[in-house]
Design a protein around this ligand. Structure first.
Ligand code: PLP
Length: 409
């Protein structure tokens, strides 16, 4: 029985991968050939080290040698995500933060400068703050909606423009083509965290990004049972630089985690389609509810980036809604404790609906001033809409809103 490193990069049997749509690619991850027959599900190669008959075979740079440097199941995941995102290759990590740190630590060093979107996932903000404090990396925060602001922030030592497709948790949509064009003009690479959109809604490499980042923990895996991260590259040379760092960093994916992620990804198109449709329905109903002061979802007519969302996210505005309750902090707390179908949980992108309060969870690293700047109020809620029946969700949200109204200011 022979499985070679080259076999697993193959496209689905009897097809040319390039012509297929994401809905088809997602259910046909790369296959592993075994002496002429092919397991339909990707096999789990849990072993961490490989044995050889000859020293020359061991020295082959393309072989699987030791799982920190590469593993067939992990490679199948990397190839599957790279194909969905339209990249030349990908690197898989133990978590989304592993992928983000891997790319930032490779591209940034003392004296370097990064331009980043102001409203970012809290862990990324904390990492940039750490890089600034301990390594002297200078960070300029921009709105992520204005190319002139990025142009004005550029310096000779700028090494990266860092954006999120749909920002966490404000749901602001970055104008990727306009911002990336400014960075490209100055030779600055662009990294985009595409966790909220998934490759089903947006492929940032098609809009000028150089690296796409995912917390695979969220939509890609989708079932609250695995942590993971992926970085997808346009340029193989940049991938090689980041890979060298990843091998040193050691924050690689366990093969079982890769296997679970691949299994989850096969239903990604179905999940995302339903999550987007339900989120749009719930966002519209929440906006009309008297206990709700404001709702943000890219599908809403009053969303500040509606025109950008129509261009970049034509298939849907994602499954995440953010809302401010009229009753403020007390109402927000009462709401998240009152939900019964939804769960109070910090994650997102799951098959189940999750609600949470960013000021006390994902963004708790931010002080009051930084919270305000990031567009997060004391009573802001984040709802990650799952795949339950939308009417069961609406019934749950309305009973929780009634309880929140009784506690509000
Ligand atoms: N990026 C975004 C947008 C996130 O929401 C998260 C986690 O919530 C991360 C990255 C970090 O991912 P992980 O928890 O897998 O490290």
């Amino acid at each position: 029985m022979t499985i070679s490193a080259n076999d697993i990069t193959g496209v689905p049997a009897k097809t040319d991968g390039g012509a297929l749509r994401p809905e088809t690619l997602a259910v046909h991850p790369p296959r592993v050939e075994i002496s002429g027959s092919t397991p339909l599900g990707v096999p789990l190669h849990q072993g961490h080290v490989f044995a050889f008959d000859s020293a020359d075979a061991l020295a082959d740079p393309d072989t699987f040698l030791y799982s920190r440097m590469g593993n067939p199941t992990v490679r199948a995941l990397e190839d599957a995500v790279a194909r969905l995102e339209g990249g030349t290759g990908a690197l898989s990590y133990a978590s989304g933060m592993g992928a983000i740190s891997g790319v930032l630590h490779t591209l940034l060093s003392s004296g370097g400068h990064v331009i980043a979107q102001r409203c970012l996932y809290g862990g990324t903000y904390a990492l940039l703050t750490d890089l600034a404090g301990r390594w002297g990396v200078d960070v300029t925060y921009v709105s992520g909606t204005d190319p002139d602001e990025v142009r004005a922030a550029l310096r000779p030592e700028t090494r990266l423009l860092y954006l999120e497709t749909i920002a966490n948790p404000t749901t602001r949509v970055a104008d990727l083509p306009a911002l990336a064009a400014v960075a490209a003009g100055a030779g600055v690479p662009v990294a985009v965290d595409n966790t909220f959109a998934s490759p089903l809604l947006c492929r940032p490499l098609d809009h000028g990004a150089d690296v796409v980042l995912h917390s695979a923990t969220k939509y890609l895996a989708g079932h609250a049972d695995v942590l993971g991260g992926v970085a997808v590259f346009k340029d193989p040379a940049l991938q090689r630089r980041v890979r060298a760092h990843a091998v040193e960093q050691g924050a690689v994916t366990d093969p079982f985690a890769a296997w679970l992620t691949l299994r989850g990804m096969q239903t990604l198109p179905l999940r995302v389609e339903r999550q987007c449709a339900s989120a749009a329905t719930l966002a519209a109903r929440l906006a009309a509810h008297p206990a709700v002061a404001a709702v943000r979802h890219p599908s809403l007519a009053d969303h500040p980036d509606r025109a950008v969302a129509a261009r970049l996210l034509p298939a849907g505005g994602g499954g995440v809604i953010s809302a401010d309750l009229a009753g403020g902090r007390d109402a927000g707390r009462a709401f998240v404790e009152a939900v019964r179908v939804a769960s109070l949980s910090v994650s997102l992108g799951d098959v189940r609906t999750l609600v949470m309060h960013p000021a006390s969870t994902s963004h708790r690293q931010l002080d009051a001033e930084a919270l305000r700047t990031a567009g997060i109020g004391p009573g802001t809620l984040r709802l990650s809409v799952g795949i339950e029946h939308v009417e069961d969700l609406w019934a749950d949200l309305t009973q929780a809103l009634d309880k929140a109204a009784a506690h509000g200011a």
